[in-house]
Design a protein around this ligand. Structure first.
Ligand SMILES: Cc1cc2nc3c(=O)[nH]c(=O)nc-3n(C[C@H](O)[C@H](O)[C@H](O)COP(=O)(O)OP(=O)(O)OC[C@H]3O[C@@H](n4cnc5c(N)ncnc54)[C@H](O)[C@@H]3O)c2cc1C
Length: 508
């Protein structure tokens, strides 16, 4: 039987799920089709920052910074268990390319645009006070520094799970491991042929409008479906590595943003999940899928820069615990006039209506955008859906988030353990699971995860593979073999039907 939806979204990253959830809340019937698992694309390869983009001020992108800061305020208050304010150190060295006056002026403007009581203003720090605050930091050539505020999201993967939950709550649907293999224009919309990559089942779907939200795969989706759109994505690759925390290295509160000694590019050192996340590179891949894997020099570069800031730590390559590589779905030069270095390419988002561009009315692509701005991008797309379907504008649609609203938590009072992963209602659901299912049992002692979390991941959060549970519901990185085996066992015992990601066919 063909199912008919108002809106079909191709891609279940933060942007696809964001627009899906908002459109469903607006009353549209919505289906999000994701080729793999939700959040498994660029969204999980990000630096995990909810930030205004201090660096973008340098490129004159004031509108984008203002928008991002507004979204930062909204996200921190809406998902306080996932997003929290953190304090960064921006050290100023004599031999690096960022002079103190420039950093100070940029931060002054950043504070002015933000004016958010959850994010304390920046302050100038003397060399001596930095030495006291961060004794492990390299003080050779250090002139001064700045402390400033931004946001960290511990788990964009869990944000996607929550957006999927919001979508379902508003009677929307989400199908993972479903690939769209053909699309045909019909009188009043589109007909899509879809294959379940796990079961091989085929289905046909009708949609009044289709949104291509496949991130860096947008052009590939257009090609595969025969949509004659021009090239939309001019992506850049970004890599991160994860290092252990150690006394002489960056500590639990040691958020750093510094220009790299090698080339002056800004890079981040971020405490994350008891470890240190270091990133990132920014290399044009311009549609070339072969360019999507990192080259060895990228790891050397990130390691070298970390050791340059924290020389006593002396990190070596064999200590790298985990690596991530992602492609930023930036707008191709046809959409944005910004050019120059990859760092200067715009991080703005563009809703590209295929009506004019590819003679495909009722179809559009969500190009670019950051994790931070998925909410405002979703707003823009829902306005496009309203216009396209002739729905009267909804005056009450805008999300309100007063900047002076009280803090949902004290700055230092970050949630831990289960509370850092789940919102209160899921914690209640986990608590109420029957003891009979052994749900309170540890999955793989001494690891803290519980059997009930696997049951919940499959029954309520749409996990279909062992990796979906481990990497994007429990968010265990790097993957853990003991846990993988335990999840397989729970799946067998409770007949959850999880498969291994590796067993899924690449070609449909
Ligand atoms: C290195 C790096 C660091 C970053 N750091 C930050 C940061 O700190 N803060 C920030 O705000 N932003 C950051 N970003 C940007 C941000 O991560 C992305 O812009 C954002 O996640 C894009 O989300 P998306 O949903 O558009 O794309 P994706 O997350 O890539 O989602 C697209 C989805 O489409 C699916 N798909 C592909 N083909 C098909 C198909 N045929 N049918 C259906 N689905 C399909 C994919 O499987 C994927 O899940 C960073 C990006 C990178 C690469």
């Amino acid at each position: 039987m063909t199912r008919r939806f108002d809106v079909v979204v191709l891609g279940g990253g933060v942007n696809g799920l964001g627009v899906g959830a908002l459109a469903a809340r607006r009353g549209y019937s919505v289906l999000v089709l994701e080729r793999a698992d939700i959040g498994s694309g660029t969204t999980s390869a990000s630096s995990r920052l909810i930030h205004g983009g201090l660096r973008y001020l340098q490129h004159g992108e004031f509108g984008l910074v203002r928008e991002s800061l507004r979204e930062r305020a909204w996200l921190t208050r809406t998902y306080p268990h996932l997003v929290r304010p953190v304090r960064f150190l921006l050290p100023i060295y004599g031999d690096r390319r960022l002079p103190a006056w420039k950093a100070g002026a940029g931060l002054g403007l950043y504070d002015l645009l933000a004016r958010d009581r959850l994010f304390p203003r920046s302050e100038l720090l003397s060399r001596r006070s930095i030495g006291l605050l961060r004794p492990e930091l390299n003080t050779h050539g250090l002139r001064c520094g700045f402390a400033y505020s931004d946001g960290q999201i511990t788990s964009p993967e869990r944000l996607c799970v929550e957006l999927r939950g919001e979508l379902l709550q508003s009677h929307g649907a989400c199908r993972t491991y479903h690939e769209t293999v053909w699309v045909r224009r019909e009188q009043d919309g589109w007909r899509l042929g879809v294959v379940d990559r796990i079961t091989g089942a085929e289905l046909e779907i009708e949609a009044r409008v289709v949104l291509n939200a496949a991130g860096p795969w947008i052009d590939a989706v257009n090609r595969a479906l025969g949509i004659p759109a021009p090239k939309l994505i001019g992506g850049t690759r970004g890599s991160h590595l994860v290092l252990p925390q150690r006394p002489a290295g960056p500590g639990p509160g040691s958020f750093c943003y510094a220009p790299a000694r090698t080339d002056g590019r800004p890079f981040f050192i971020l405490p994350w999940d008891g470890r240190v996340l270091v990133g990132t590179t920014d290399i044009s891949v311009d549609g070339n899928p072969a360019g999507w894997s990192a080259e060895p020099w990228e790891w050397e570069y990130l390691l070298k820069e970390t050791n340059s800031l924290f020389p006593e730590a002396g990190f070596e390559e064999h200590e790298v615990e985990y690596r991530t590589v992602g492609v930023r779905p930036l707008a191709a030069s046809t959409l944005s006039s910004r050019s120059g270095s990859t760092g200067g390419l715009t991080r703005r988002h563009f809703l590209v209506d295929y009506g004019q561009l590819a003679h495909a009315p009722g179809m559009a692509a969500m190009v670019g955008g950051k994790l931070t701005t998925f909410g405002s991008f979703a707003d823009e797309c829902v306005r496009w859906i309203d216009d396209t379907l002739g729905t009267p504008a909804d005056p009450g649609r805008h999300r309100h988030f007063p900047m002076d609203s009280p803090s949902p938590f004290a700055l230092r009072d970050a949630p831990e353990g289960l509370a850092a992963r789940y919102p209160p209602e899921v914690l209640d659901a986990l608590d109420q699971m029957t003891i009979g299912e052994g749900s309170n049992r540890r999955l793989a002692p001494p690891l803290p995860y519980r059997v009930g979390e696997v049951l919940h991941a499959v029954r309520a959060e749409g996990a279909r593979t062992v990796e979906d549970v481990m990497l994007r519901r429990l968010v265990v990185l790097p993957p853990n073999d003991m846990l993988r085996t335990a999840i397989r066992t729970v799946s067998k015992t409770h007949q959850l039907g999880l498969v291994d990601e590796g067993s899924i066919r690449e070609e449909t």
